[in-house]
Design a protein around this ligand. Structure first.
Ligand code: 3HC
Length: 298
């Protein structure tokens, strides 16, 4: 009975959301803005840098253009989706949002800064969501008034394609907040799975040690990068091998997550020295043009 009424509240809560704010117009923030707009939500997309904002909007437009070329959507539908996304470099533009998702750099101080600025602007009951891949939702919630309105939505790259959203319940997240966020994930055509606020949640706690071990295999000369990836594609039916996946995620992001996991769980998550070297050398994967594989950028 209690559960039913919570589910109703949540559905009503998610249905009442008309406009969401997304802070950070990078790969994840742009992807989230795109899927939300496709689901009929109005989106205010914020980035502090004009050039990052433009890059984000260009990437969204290119993704939609691809769908037009494939005749999955019409020109008119593309224009409708784009018209629902308002880009801005001014965080004040979030004032009328019904829910805000931050997707900025994976750094606790940066995320806390965003959460405190946003909470000064939006109404006190507005749900604040983090797309963190490894930072504690409970720690983030502690930085704002009404921490019960904070939860995590961990999206996966590429956001328009990957169905999963891990919904993270912080220590103080209310039932209503979690249920509303679960319902919102469904509304934007994702499949939510609720997880506790533990380091790396579930997906990254499992994915990152596999990627790290693949890097150890490479550095120990067990096989070439191509063959390590081939083994997991053909032997475990993964859509892409672990080193290609690391290149997609970004090697700096992989290292950051492993450092959090290493700090919490100890030696089994120790980042491979080769990963540290690659990051130090600026070989960050697809975004820098080269990682474990060449992506046409040197
Ligand atoms: N944006 C939008 N659509 C994209 C896309 C992108 N960046 N990349 C691929 N697609 C679409 C393609 O248009 C294509 O659509 P269609 O089937 O409707 O025509 C479809 O996805 C398949 O793409 P491709 O045919 O080009 O290539 P693949 O079949 O090899 O699929 C892939 C590419 C979807 C990336 C697939 O290889 C895959 O699923 N890889 C694993 C990705 C993964 O594990 N992601 C999670 C990373 S972990 C994470 O994000 C958490 C973070 O915290 C680290």
């Amino acid at each position: 009975m209690e559960r039913d009424s919570n589910e109703h509240l949540a559905r009503d809560g998610a249905a009442a959301i008309v406009t969401i704010g997304v802070v950070g117009a990078g790969t994840m923030g742009g992807g989230i803005a795109q899927v939300a707009a496709r689901a009929g939500l109005d989106v205010v997309l914020i980035d502090q840098s004009e050039s990052w904002l433009d890059r984000g909007l260009v990437a969204i437009t290119a993704d939609l253009e691809r769908l037009v070329t494939k005749e999955r959507i019409t020109d008119e539908r593309r224009d409708q989706i784009l018209a629902r996304i308002e880009g801005s470099t001014r965080i004040e533009h979030l004032a009328a949002c019904d829910l805000v998702i931050e997707a900025v750099n994976e750094s606790l101080p940066t995320k806390i800064e965003v959460f405190t600025s946003v909470s000064d602007i939006v109404a006190p009951e507005v749900i604040l969501v983090s797309n963190t891949s490894s930072i504690s939702i409970t720690a983030l919630a502690g930085s704002v008034a009404n921490p019960e309105r904070v939860a995590g939505m961990h999206f996966f790259n590429p956001v328009p394609v990957m169905k999963l959203v891990e919904v993270i319940r912080g220590l103080q997240s209310s039932d209503e907040t979690v249920a509303t966020v679960m319902a919102l994930a469904e509304r934007i055509d994702k499949t939510p799975v609720q997880v506790a606020d533990a380091p790396g949640f579930v997906a990254n706690r499992l994915l990152l040690p596999m990627i790290n071990e693949a890097i150890f295999c490479l550095s120990e000369g067990v096989a070439t990068a191509e063959d390590i990836d081939r083994v997991m594609r053909l032997g475990a039916s993964h859509p892409m091998g672990p080193l290609a996946l690391a290149d997609l995620i970004g090697l700096d992001v992989c290292l950051g997550i492993l450092e959090v996991l290493h700090g919490e769980f100890g030696d089994k998550y120790r980042p491979a020295p080769m990963l540290r070297q690659m990051v130090a050398a600026g070989r960050l994967g697809r975004k820098s043009g080269a990682g474990f594989h060449d992506h046409g950028g040197g």
